[in-house]
Design a protein around this ligand. Structure first.
Ligand code: ARG
Length: 590
């Protein structure tokens, strides 16, 4: 459906042009004085300069053309030349009925469906999933869902970190602990056991132990580097061990992501890009993009417009080893080859921004991507604790994601069982659903690039700008709809037939609901889930205001009652669709 703001803009543009002014002055915006009007046009002020006339005169002329249009209930020129606008209830009623009956509540699919890859999650094999990876997963998942909602083909790729020194460290540590394992027997030529020689908990203990030890013992680190090299160059035993590490880690990661309602289409890994490296390097050399600098192979990526120094992108180290850059560039080659995306979006810690700037420039300069492929970096800030420092456990350690989720669910469980009598199992299930909304909304409601404070108490509150508050509002609407049905009402094909001017809060709710299509479109274009959050927060507030002001089920005028129920239905659909694209869902009861 056409956005309301566009409908009004068209009318205003025509009015300006009918009065002999350029159409562009008809731009409309949502009013910043809701006490005076709903929409406004400030074009007369700009036109006044161009046509050397008093703005109020122009505004008056334009208002003359607009004021009798059916879609408006008020069009007014006010000093010095603003045009204040209110929409007619008749028009809004039709618009809201159309929204109710249109797929996606009137949010149109993008004219051109693009293939978009989202690189998010980015966990590292064998390291426990910790809160640092939470943001990438939550934000990326929501972008993926928004993109799909807009009709794009979106492919989510977890891009597992499986290729670095961490692998060599684990292998080295395993060898130290269990040298008798067949993986370390160089003369062994048979099949390796199908079962991994460790569990996930063991694995998660091995890595930090190895990492800490290597920092104190250079010879151990040297050995780990050697093991990494051997692994990457085809040592059979190490590769078998590495496969075990992968399998055990991936199983665990999948379980964790499932708890978060996060689902990847691709479980690609850094190692998958390795086969593309030799050819890519050769190509960069052959075409004169890459040159040797102090033994290392680099590509210059600085540009004239730079205000800060952008160092060259290193492709190979002087010993010929590849780097994080090399893998990312080769991954771009692979993605172009397999999926030919129009866009790749990276959802990664903002501290990697400069790094990605280099990678993008290098990919563009060396034409690894087509001119029209866009590479976008969405950097997110740190999730901090109340002390303003990166979020930690009470004991000061790195918080495992699992534990964080557990803690929130426990908090939610307490709240739910405090509120009312509820069966334990049901309360547990509800706590999980509401807990997830607390975590995800708490994260997504902040602009991604900003650091934010993860405040358990605030995020789990049923009041204020929180996930539980949104769910609570949805549950409230559902319960009214259910009562309506119990009283014999049917919500099938329900339409608003009668809304009256005297109920301001009903009109505000229709107006807010009608903004939905514009909000989602814009939030996706700007990769800004927080805009969806702030919209549903307003919508929920507007609804709750309406709820407190209005007799709904007790309304005696049947047509009015039906119209209110239709409005509730629409509000509920919009809220549910919105939390769906944010990546969580509502409970039946709370
Ligand atoms: N594994 C990386 C990390 O933990 C994040 C990966 C981000 N994606 C990418 N294509 N580099 O920092």
């Amino acid at each position: 459906m056409e956005k309301i703001i566009d409908i009004i803009t068209k009318e205003a543009a025509k009015a300006f042009s009918d009065c002999g002014y350029e159409e562009k002055y008809g731009m409309i915006s949502v009013s910043n004085r809701p006490d005076l009007c709903e929409y406004q046009c400030n074009g007369a002020m700009a036109a006044a300069k161009a046509y050397k006339k008093a703005p109020i005169m122009i505004a008056n002329e334009v208002v003359e053309k607009l004021k009798d249009k059916e879609i408006f209930s008020m069009v007014e020129a006010v000093m010095p030349g603003f045009i204040n606008i209110k929409l007619s209830l008749e028009f809004l009623k039709t618009y809201m009925n159309d929204m109710l009956n249109t797929e996606n509540q009137g949010c149109e699919k993008a004219k051109e469906a693009k293939t978009i890859m989202i690189d998010y999650g980015g966990p590292n094999v064998a390291k426990p999933l910790h809160v640092g990876h939470l943001r990438s997963a939550i934000i990326g998942e929501s972008l993926k869902r928004m993109g799909r909602f807009m009709g794009h083909k979106v492919i989510g790729d977890v891009h597992l970190g499986d290729w670095g020194l961490q692998m060599g460290l684990i292998i080295t540590e395993m060898k130290k602990r269990q040298p008798e394992l067949v993986y370390f027997d160089e003369s062994y030529t048979g099949e390796y056991p199908p079962e991994a020689p460790f569990t996930i908990s063991e694995l998660e203990e091995i890595y930090p132990a190895a990492s800490a030890y290597s920092k104190e013992h250079p010879e151990y680190k040297e050995e780990a580097m050697q093991a990494t090299y051997l692994l990457q160059h085809g040592n059979r035993g190490y590769q078998a061990l590495w496969n075990h590490i992968l399998e055990v880690s991936v199983n665990d990661l999948k379980k964790n992501y499932e708890k978060l309602n996060v689902e990847f289409d691709l479980w690609k890994k850094e190692s998958d890009a390795q086969p593309y490296i030799p050819e890519m390097v050769q190509y960069m050399k052959d075409n004169g993009y890459a040159y040797l600098s102090d033994g290392a192979l680099v590509v210059d990526v600085k540009e004239e417009k730079d205000t800060k120094e952008i160092p060259p992108c290193m492709i190979l180290k002087s010993d010929g080893a590849s780097l994080y850059n090399t893998t990312d560039l080769a991954t771009i080659v692979e993605r172009m080859k397999l999926f030919r995306p129009d866009e790749i979006i990276y959802v990664v810690d903002k501290r990697q921004e400069l790094y990605f700037e280099q990678v993008f420039r290098c990919a563009r300069k060396t034409k690894l991507v087509e001119e029209d492929t866009s590479l976008r970096f969405l950097g997110f800030g740190t999730m901090n604790g109340k002390d303003g420092k990166p979020f930690k456990t009470r004991a000061g350690g790195v918080m495992r994601l699992e534990h964080l989720i557990g803690e929130i669910n426990e908090e939610m469980f307490q709240k739910i069982t405090q509120n009312h009598e509820v069966e334990e199992n049901e309360a547990k299930d509800t706590a999980k659903i509401v807990g997830l909304s607390a975590i995800k909304y708490g994260d997504l409601s902040n602009q991604a690039s900003k650091d934010y404070v993860f405040d358990v108490e605030r995020f789990t509150s049923f009041e204020g700008n929180t996930g539980p508050y949104i769910l609570y509002t949805i549950v409230r609407i559902k319960s009214i709809l259910n009562k309506y049905k119990e009283q014999g009402g049917s919500i099938e094909g329900l339409q608003a037939v009668k809304l009256d001017e005297t109920n301001e809060s009903a009109k505000s709710l229709v107006l807010e609901a009608a903004r939905f299509n514009g909000v989602i479109e814009n939030a996706f274009a700007e990769l800004a889930p927080h805009k969806v959050c702030s919209y549903i927060y307003n919508l929920a507030n507007t609804f709750n205001h309406f709820y407190h002001e209005t007799k709904i089920l007790a309304e005696e005028d049947e047509e009015k009652k039906e119209s209110y129920i239709a409005l509730l239905l629409l509000t509920e659909k919009i809220l549910e669709t919105s939390i769906g694209v944010l990546g969580f869902e509502a409970a039946e009861r709370m």
